[in-house]
Design a protein around this ligand. Structure first.
Ligand code: SF4
Length: 490
């Protein structure tokens, strides 16, 4: 098998910059993965994905995206399940102008600001690997054990500053969990790190190809949560996280065959202990499995409902206020309205969440009612009792040639008929683009307006057990209501 191994070199404890250059590794790349400079054609036009560091964008960037979306695309920005944004309907011939406008707004990789980096391929790869997920309430969540925002910035710098990491797949992703209550910990990540506290202070427990174990929502995620995952392997203090990640990335690139794109692929042929042994070459601290972490769990369950409405932040009497645009779609007017709201009442920043919603931090107590009212006026749902906050849908047949049904339109119809509190994922085909996790209920398109209904079942892989085929939306709504009544915690 072709090897991508390299000499480990001197152990490092921090990111060691070596600017991305035209000499960066040029890996095989799926042309189907959109980026800022790789605009991928779809049925409804091009797709341009904008990676948001830590899920955050400033008001000026939101205005720039709104403007670019109307000039060069369909005028709609979609929030993604990795807390990024993507523009659909990019018009033919507008691709370069769109990328330039977004880079001009500071939304590109770090190398885009370096006049010496002119190779578009190097920029595309540097953009691809900016995949570090943190809580949208990082640094503000009262339950967090540590503020992950500085470490997130350090990891993003690390990913972009070693030319070898350009060989990572655009889907290769890291999770940095600070122990927040508002946290998405049910998406499998290639490397996950989760804060844990004991008498010695905070350490980051880490594992590969899975999720931090949780006593909450994650406990029901079954095989999809951790299909080939290692569970908790060991723990390091925060200061060693960048060196650890660097070692794990070099280990992946060194041991994985060229066609293996994800950590789970490598774990199919290598034991976790062998990976740690290999990673040991790159660090100057001991790295081995810690058997005492075998039953490690997060210190508290995550609560996704905290993304909606107003919730107190840590310490200073301010609030975060969040709302969910229907199915994660923001038109230009709404995006401009959110930016103006953040400038008027918040700190001028918008936080995208991996539930395809938006959160405005640092709102004063007396401004909370006005912000909630404005979010509602902009069409965002701020109450988890609203059924639409429990529905996700992929692009479906309106935007994707693989879609067998118009999932977005059908999801809106379903929201009008569904009781609150039932989490449903509508997908146009089995690829499941809208959900990195496994939803309690999945409607898999079988034909226009017809779906097979699956219920999550930890004994079965994929979407779970098929409980009814070929349902209309009305039939699905009625059956889902019955199933939810009979199994309220499904
Ligand atoms: S899940 Fe299938 S139909 Fe939906 S966007 Fe992905 S590929 Fe297209």
């Amino acid at each position: 098998m072709p090897s991508r191994d390299a000499k480990p070199g001197a152990p490092l404890n921090r990111a060691s910059p070596s600017p991305v250059s035209s000499h960066a590794v040029t890996p095989p790349r799926s042309p189907a993965c959109p980026g800022l400079l790789r605009i991928v054609p779809a049925r409804d036009g091009g797709i341009c994905r904008i990676k948001l560091p830590g899920g955050v964008l400033c008001a000026a960037q939101a205005h720039a995206i709104a403007d670019a979306s109307t000039r060069h695309a369909s005028g709609v920005a979609e929030l993604t399940n990795r807390a990024n944004l993507q523009l659909r309907g990019v018009r033919s011939g507008h691709e370069a102008a769109l990328s330039a406008a977004l880079i001009g707004a500071g939304l590109g990789p770090a190398a885009a600001n370096d006049p010496h980096t002119t190779d578009p391929t190097a920029l595309t790869y540097a953009d691809d690997i900016r995949n570090v997920m943190i809580s949208p309430a990082a640094g503000r969540d009262p339950h967090a054990l540590i503020d992950t925002t500085p470490l997130c910035a350090e990891l993003l710098t690390l990913l972009q500053s070693d030319a070898r990491f350009a060989a990572l797949s655009p889907k290769f992703a890291l999770l940095l969990d600070g122990g927040e209550r508002l946290a998405r910990v049910d998406h499998p990540h290639d490397v996950w790190l989760a804060a844990s506290a004991d008498e010695e202070g905070v350490r980051f427990v880490f594992g590969l190809a899975g999720c931090p174990d949780s006593t909450g929502e994650n406990a029901n995620a079954g095989d999809h949560r951790d299909a080939n995952g290692t569970g908790a392997l060991a723990a390091v203090p925060p200061s060693r996280v960048p060196a650890l990640v660097r070692a794990l990335l070099h280990t992946f690139l060194g041991l994985a065959p060229a066609d293996a794109t994800r950590m789970r692929d490598l774990l199919a042929t290598h034991a976790a202990d062998a990976l740690l042994q290999h990673a040991q070459r790159f660090v100057d601290f001991p790295l081995a499995r810690d058997a005492s972490l075998r039953h490690w769990q997060r210190h508290l369950p995550a609560d996704a409902s905290l993304r909606l409405g107003a919730h107190a932040q840590r310490g200073d009497g301010t609030w975060h206020v969040g709302g969910q645009p229907p199915l994660g779609r923001l038109d230009a007017a709404t995006l401009n309205g959110l930016a103006a709201l953040a400038q008027q009442h918040g700190n001028g920043m918008l936080h995208a969440t991996p539930w395809q919603s938006v959160l405005l931090p640092d709102i004063a107590t007396n401004a909370v009612p006005a912000v909630l009212a404005k979010l509602s006026a902009l069409g965002l749902a701020c109450d988890p009792a609203q059924a639409i906050t429990h529905l996700i849908a992929c692009a479906g047949s309106a935007g994707c040639a693989k879609g067998l049904a118009d999932t977005k339109t059908d999801a809106l119809q379903l929201a009008e008929r569904l009781p609150a509190g039932i989490d449903v994922h509508l997908t146009g085909c089995p690829r499941s683009c809208a959900a990195a996790h496994r939803a309690p209920y999945t409607l898999l398109a079988a034909a226009p307006g017809r779906y097979d209904l699956y219920r999550r079942d930890d004994e079965r892989p994929g979407f779970g057990q098929c409980v009814a085929p070929q349902l209309t939306i009305d039939e699905a709504a009625a059956l889902l209501a019955r199933l939810a009544r009979s199994t309220p915690h499904a």
